[in-house]
Write a protein that binds this ligand. Structure first.
Ligand SMILES: Cc1cc2nc3c(=O)[nH]c(=O)nc-3n(C[C@H](O)[C@H](O)[C@H](O)COP(=O)(O)OP(=O)(O)OC[C@H]3O[C@@H](n4cnc5c(N)ncnc54)[C@H](O)[C@@H]3O)c2cc1C
Length: 476
């Protein structure tokens, strides 16, 4: 079937204004937040219901028409960026909260709902939805499920996988899998929702979800502490987990390479410390009782000072201070603009392997590129490091990737901690997964999307007659 004929069928099925041609759609649907390889889709379809989506997928499946799913387009792995010839399915019109159940502490929401909308709706019920990340205003529930997003509070509440009780998804052939479980316990057979969490839209399109809520915590205490080095940060993490036990909600480590760079280059940022330190950590605790929460943080910092783990500390005295501290951590958004071109890494490394990993990466990068700049920060308690690496030259980027990902593999780490594999990390998947694991991914993909029309080329390479798994050796 020709492209025009498919578009005509889609219009007849779901309505003319739900199907935009590229000239009308403009630039909005051409790339995710990574900005890499922008490309106009053949058309943008905007379903308003699961029924619309079923019709879309039946038409695309009959014509073997490849599609890419788009949520809020805040992804950083190129997964939602169209590839030539694809139709983009934007979930932006499937937005809204179907039900808030305060007794069961669940929210039932449509997949295109922005994260912040869910956070606000939960707060209005005296509850909390704990997933939180810088893109909260734009990223969608469907996108955060598809990427199994992490963010700022993983140390306490886990990643998106821990927050989803049930979901509904549409498969490549239009089959609807309704698995809207609302209970914490349900071992009746396979937990099918896991097929769609963290699989980046390659196995199905999430349309609705049942999310788990928590009681709202009214007290938040935030501290910024300065340390002599990594060993002290690890000891402080252990102490914080003891002292703050269930209330520790963030432990964000910033190496001097990152901290000093953002303070020096982003005029709006002010450090609470006069001097530079090898490491700075942002610690946050949330609890119901404000006095007890503050007292626990003060005891932690006193003991850390006595043990010689920290050299300086500042506790936020106002919401303004809290925002100031977090702005330093979130300065990475601005860094992406300041150091172009650069490689942005989102990797997982066991804490005990981090010092050796960083030493090797620093050494190999400096040997290959004497003018290299590497900024390091991360969610230390989640084993998650973010590195921004630049030499100032786009030609060097592939070699930077090779050095960092090879060291990640040798440290038995992961090349994709929370942002997903998408297209950009796909050549490096074999550094984090063995061949049996990759083969099993192929078998799942073939079972659920035999024609390879759904988000094809994300996570795994596009299928070829010769056997595509070869591409996973790193040459795409
Ligand atoms: C400023 C900023 C800060 C960020 N901070 C974090 C962070 O702390 N932690 C973190 O984990 N990520 C972070 N991210 C990355 C990003 O926000 C997340 O990956 C988010 O989950 C993407 O959601 P989205 O709706 O924008 O998805 P998109 O970017 O639109 O899509 C992402 C992937 O999911 C697929 N997809 C989207 N919707 C669906 C659906 N309904 N069904 C099936 N597949 C779908 C897409 O095809 C694509 O493969 C950040 C991004 C920015 C810009």
């Amino acid at each position: 079937m020709s492209g025009d004929a498919i578009i005509a069928r889609l219009r007849a099925a779901i309505g003319t204004d739900q199907v935009l041609e590229p000239a009308v759609a403009g630039d909005r649907y051409r790339a995710d937040f990574s900005g890499a390889n922008p490309c106009s889709p053949r058309a943008v379809v905007r379903p308003t219901s699961t029924t619309d989506l079923v019709q879309i997928m039946r038409i695309c499946s009959a014509a073997a028409q490849p599609v890419v799913v788009q949520g809020g387009l805040t992804g950083l792995a190129g997964g939602a960026t169209p590839q030539p010839g694809e139709i983009a399915i934007s979930m932006e019109r499937m937005s809204g909260i179907e039900n808030m159940d305060a007794d069961s502490m669940t929210a039932t929401v449509l997949a295109g709902t922005p994260l912040e909308t869910v956070q606000r709706a939960a707060a209005a019920e005296g509850l909390m939805f704990p997933l939180d990340l810088g893109a909260r205003g734009s990223c969608t529930i469907g996108g955060t499920i598809a990427t199994n997003a992490g963010g700022n509070q993983v140390i306490r509440f886990g990643m998106m996988r821990n927050l989803v009780l049930g979901l509904e998804a549409v498969l490549a052939d239009g089959t609807v899998v309704t698995s809207m479980n609302r209970m914490l316990k349900n071992n009746a057979g396979y937990d099918l929702k896991q097929l769609f969490i963290g699989t980046e839209g390659t196995l199905g399109i999430v349309t609705r979800a049942v999310l788990r809520l928590w009681p709202r915590q009214d007290s938040r205490v935030t501290a910024m502490v300065a340390l002599q080095g990594f060993a002290q940060a690890v000891a402080l993490l252990r102490l914080a987990q003891q002292h703050l036990s269930g209330s520790l909600s963030a432990f964000e480590a910033m190496w001097a390479s990152y901290y000093d760079f953002v303070i020096a280059n982003i005029p709006s940022l002010r450090s609470p410390f006069d001097a530079s330190h090898p490491m700075t950590v942002l610690i946050e605790a949330e609890a119901a009782d404000d006095a007890a929460n503050h007292a626990a943080m003060e005891r932690l910092l006193e003991e850390a000072l006595e043990q010689g783990l920290i050299v300086d500390a500042a506790i936020a005295q106002s919401e303004r201070d809290v925002s100031r501290f977090w702005a330093i951590r979130d300065g990475i958004g601005e860094v992406r603009r300041l150091i172009k071109p650069h490689c942005s890494f989102d990797i997982s490394i066991a804490i005990s392997a981090m010092p050796g990993f960083l030493e090797r990466v620093d050494g190999e990068l400096a040997a290959a590129f004497p003018a290299v700049r590497t900024l390091v920060f991360g969610h230390l308690g989640d084993n998650n490091l973010h590195l921004a690496v630049t030499t100032g030259h786009a030609d060097d980027l592939p070699r930077l990737n090779d050095i960092v990902f090879a060291a990640t593999a040798d440290a038995a780490g992961s090349v994709a901690a929370e942002h997903g594999v998408g297209v950009l990390r796909r050549p490096y998947l074999h550094h984090a997964r063995n061949q049996v694991e990759i083969d099993l991914m192929w078998r799942l993909k073939a079972a659920l999307d035999p024609q390879g029309i759904l988000n094809t080329g994300r996570v795994l390479p596009a299928a070829t007659a010769e056997g595509a798994a070869i591409d996973c050796q790193g040459n795409s």
